[in-house]
Write a protein that binds this ligand. Structure first.
Ligand SMILES: [Zn+2]
Length: 237
C-alpha cells in the first residue's frame, strides 16, 4: 500500500449509484466556482445556496426535528440546536441528498434522525449515503490517507497493518487515522468510521476491518451526575 502504486479500491455495489450523484454534485460546484480542486472540508452549507441554488436556513425547528427539505420550494432548513459541527454538516448534506435524489418521491422530508437509517428505510438510507459520499468523496479519502500518513509520521510499512484485524490495527485507526480524517473532512468520527466501512478492495477485503467498527463507534459511558441520561437523537452519529 503506497502512493506510488495505489490499491484498487471500490465501493460496495449498493452505494455506487448514490456515490455517482454525490460526485456529480461536487463536480458541478467545482466547475461553477472554477476551482482547480475540491476544498476540504467540503463547504456544504455554502454550496447548498451557491452554486446549487437552494434556499437555506438555520432556524428553530420543532423539538426533535434536525432538518427538513421542501422539494417544490427548493428549500432546506436545519435546526439551530445542532451544536456539533460534524453533525450539523452531515444533516445539511442529508437534506441536500433528498433534494438531489428524491424529487419525485415526496414533496417534503422532515428528519428527526440521520446517519443511522437502516437499508429497509430506503429513502433515508440513500440520503445518508449521499451525505457521507459528499462530505468524504472516495478519491479525496484515499489521497488524504496517504497525506496524513506523512503528516502524522506513520511509517510506510505500518500502512498494511490498517487492513488487518487485531489490536495493533485498531489502535492505529482509533488513535491516529480516524480522528485525523474526521478533522480533515469536518465529520464526526462515527461518520468517518461508517465511510471506511463502505470502501473495499477489488477482492472484497474491506479497507477497515469490520470487527473494528463497534469498538470505534462505542460511546463513552455518561457521567451519572453531570451528564444525565436524555433522549439523544444523535446517538451513533
Ligand atoms: Zn431524511
Amino acid at each position: 500500500m503506497s502512493s506510488e502504486s495505489p490499491p484498487i479500491l471500490r465501493l460496495r455495489p449498493a452505494v455506487r449509484r448514490i456515490e455517482a450523484s454525490a460526485w456529480k454534485t461536487l463536480l458541478r460546484c467545482r466547475e461553477a466556482l472554477r476551482l482547480t480542486e475540491l476544498p476540504l472540508p467540503i463547504p456544504v452549507e455554502e454550496w447548498i445556496e451557491s452554486p446549487l441554488g437552494y434556499r437555506f436556513g438555520v432556524v428553530r425547528l420543532p423539538d426533535g426535528v434536525l432538518g427538513q427539505a421542501f422539494i417544490e420550494d427548493r428549500e432546506i432548513e436545519i435546526s439551530d440546536r445542532i451544536a456539533h459541527e460534524g453533525r450539523f454538516r452531515f444533516t445539511c448534506a442529508h437534506e441536500l441528498g433528498h433534494q438531489v435524489l428524491h424529487r419525485r418521491r415526496a414533496r417534503e422530508f422532515i428528519d428527526s434522525g440521520v446517519m443511522l437509517s437502516e437499508p429497509d428505510r430506503r429513502v433515508e438510507w440513500e440520503a445518508d449515503r449521499f451525505a457521507a459520499a459528499l462530505l468524504m468523496p472516495i478519491p479525496l479519502v484515499i489521497e488524504q490517507l496517504f497525506r496524513l500518513r506523512d503528516e502524522l509520521g506513520v511509517r510506510r510499512e505500518q500502512m498494511p497493518v490498517l487492513l488487518q484485524a487485531g489490536a495493533h490495527s485498531l489502535t492505529l485507526w482509533r488513535d491516529t487515522f480516524v480522528p485525523a480524517v474526521a478533522r480533515r473532512f469536518g465529520v464526526s468520527k462515527e461518520v468517518a468510521v461508517y465511510r471506511f466501512g463502505e470502501i473495499e478492495f477489488a477482492d472484497g477485503t474491506p479497507l477497515m476491518p469490520a470487527e473494528h467498527r463497534p469498538e470505534l463507534i462505542r460511546r463513552r459511558a455518561p457521567r451519572p451526575q453531570s451528564n444525565p441520561p436524555q433522549a439523544n437523537l444523535f446517538s451513533g452519529l
